[in-house]
Design a protein around this ligand. Structure first.
Ligand SMILES: *[C@@H]1O[C@H](CO)[C@@H](O)[C@H](O)[C@H]1NC(C)=O
Length: 497
């Protein structure tokens, strides 16, 4: 069974590679229905067909069932590399009327006063957008739908403008590279031969639209002279044809570069490629972001006595952008109620503080409730979610020490106990020796008493509170009684204060 399924998987995998991307794009044909209303009718674009004849679509008017003929290959190639798991693109189609561009700086493209006859006839503009691409294409349908074998209209892609980065997300201060490619197939061979051989002059325009304001960012007309608007904000574009075949089709590159992006440069970027009487346009949504830094104070430890509340925790979430979409969660890990829970306690957020680069900071506060001994070693974490971070977010944590439980570790305790045990034996022996030698009952009592005290102190006093210099830690030497007694006194004093 296994090799068969493996073979099947391999075969399926190969098939996926060969036929990646959708073969048909469902579209809406949008038309002015008069009185300011728009009508939407279903339509479809057939990009590829697996059999001899196109799949029949009796649900569609044949004028709105289009088989794409793409001599430049840009439109079809974009969909061949379309990821299988990406959502289908939103697609709209409408009538298009060839017109000269209105801006003065592109007027050099249309020196003649009237539109050439070669551009006569019906034109359609199709626009598609999805998370992986955004494009528009000017299509020239053949005058009649093909009657056989299925009713479909062949349409030639004349001008396609395409980006593979429809929603670039750029970190504050980094450069943005907005990818743009375009392709042009002369609508008739006559249109090509009437001009000088080689790709035609063109105009490239990048605009930004933000909060109702529009700016021309960059304009270029390679191959034409004349006054040009200056580029803004240090923007640069690559504007050129990739090849100079005499008759076309041609592909070109209009990639836009914006240095050290700041939040005010967010917005919709419109890229337009101007050819005589034809304009192809696509849009990109540039978002700026900066992931927050997360620090927790106090750190790395907080102390509290059982029944008392630990100090207030402050989680500093700093230098992030945008301010929207930030979430702060407080977690408690390893408490008595299991591995993980939401932390209890009073919490609040500070106001935003603004920085010169446009980013913001805030602090989140948590006043944890009183602790129990079972919470010793638990960890408080401040977890921050933000659109600029992966789904898990970013966190910082602090470990809770419950006072009185923060003493020596188990091994230390065992060692201490054994030392005390041996010591006790030693002291007892000394005591008995002393009792044997001395006749005074009083002195025997004193020795017994001090031995007991010493033993209890060793058990009760946590190691960090007694230092070798303080004389409470007895090394390997035989302690004499007097020393033991002063030691006990100094320890006593330490504990009393
Ligand atoms: C366009 O030009 C830019 C800059 O040279 C380059 O990075 C990009 O790959 C080019 N795009 C295409 C489609 O060739």
């Amino acid at each position: 069974m296994k090799p068969v399924s493996l073979l099947l998987a391999v075969a399926l995998g190969t098939a996926t590679v060969v036929s990646a991307g959708p073969a048909v794009i469902e579209c809406w044909f949008v038309e002015d229905a008069g009185g300011g209303r728009l009508s939407k009718k279903p339509s479809a674009l057939l990009l590829r067909q697996s059999s001899e004849s196109p799949p029949p679509r009796p649900d569609l008017d044949p004028e709105r069932y289009l088989k794409v003929h793409d001599p430049a290959g840009t439109l079809l190639a974009a969909f061949r590399r379309y990821p299988r798991d990406a959502p289908a693109p939103r697609c709209e189609m409408s009538h298009y009327v060839p017109l000269p561009a209105s801006a003065i700086w592109v007027s050099g493209l249309t020196p003649e006063q009237s539109c050439p006859r070669a551009l006569d006839g019906r034109w359609l503009m199709v626009s598609m957008s999805s998370p992986v691409l955004s494009l528009s294409s000017l299509l020239r349908p053949q005058s009649e739908p093909q009657p056989e074998p299925a009713l479909i209209t062949v349409a030639t892609a004349v001008l396609t403008v395409l980006t593979h980065t429809p929603t670039p997300r750029i970190r504050i201060g980094q450069d943005a590279l907005l990818d743009l490619s375009f392709a042009y197939t002369p609508p008739t061979p006559k249109a090509a031969t009437s001009l000088a051989p080689g790709p035609p002059p063109f105009g490239l325009e990048w605009r930004r639209q933000h909060l109702g304001k529009g700016h021309l960012m960059l304009a270029a007309t390679p191959g034409l002279s004349g006054p040009m608007p200056a580029a803004r904000e240090g923007a640069v574009a690559f504007a050129g044809w990739d090849d100079d075949e005499p008759l076309g089709p041609w592909t070109g590159n209009g990639t836009f570069w914006l240095p050290a992006v700041q939040p005010f440069q967010e917005g919709t970027y419109l890229a337009t490629v101007h050819l005589p009487y034809l304009q192809g346009q696509t849009t990109l949504e540039l978002a700026v972001q900066k992931p927050p830094k997360v620090t927790l104070t106090p750190a790395p430890l907080i102390w509290a006595a059982p029944g008392e509340a630990p100090p207030e925790l402050l989680c500093l979430v700093s230098h992030f952008y945008p301010s929207e979409g930030l979430e702060v969660e407080w977690e408690l890990w390893g408490g008595p109620e299991g591995r993980f829970q939401k932390a209890e306690g009073q919490r609040w957020l500070s106001a935003l503080s603004h920085h010169s680069d446009g980013s913001v900071s805030l602090s989140a506060h948590l006043q944890p409730p009183p602790v129990t001994t079972g919470q010793h070693g638990a960890r408080y974490a401040c977890r921050v979610h933000h659109p600029s971070l992966p789904a898990l977010g970013r966190s910082a944590e602090v470990t809770l020490q419950v006072a009185g439980l923060s003493g020596p570790s188990l091994e230390d305790g065992v060692g201490l106990f054994l030392s005390a045990f041996l010591l006790l034996g030693l002291i007892n022996m000394l005591g008995w020796a002393a009792a044997y030698l001395a006749t005074s009952e009083d002195s025997v009592e004193k020795v017994r008493h001090s031995t007991f005290l010493y033993f209890s102190l060793l058990i009760l006093s946590p190691l960090p509170n007694s230092s070798p210099e303080g004389g409470c830690w007895l090394g390997g030497q035989n302690p004499d009684l007097e020393f033991t007694q002063t030691c006990i006194k100094s320890c006593h004093l330490k504990h009393a204060t």
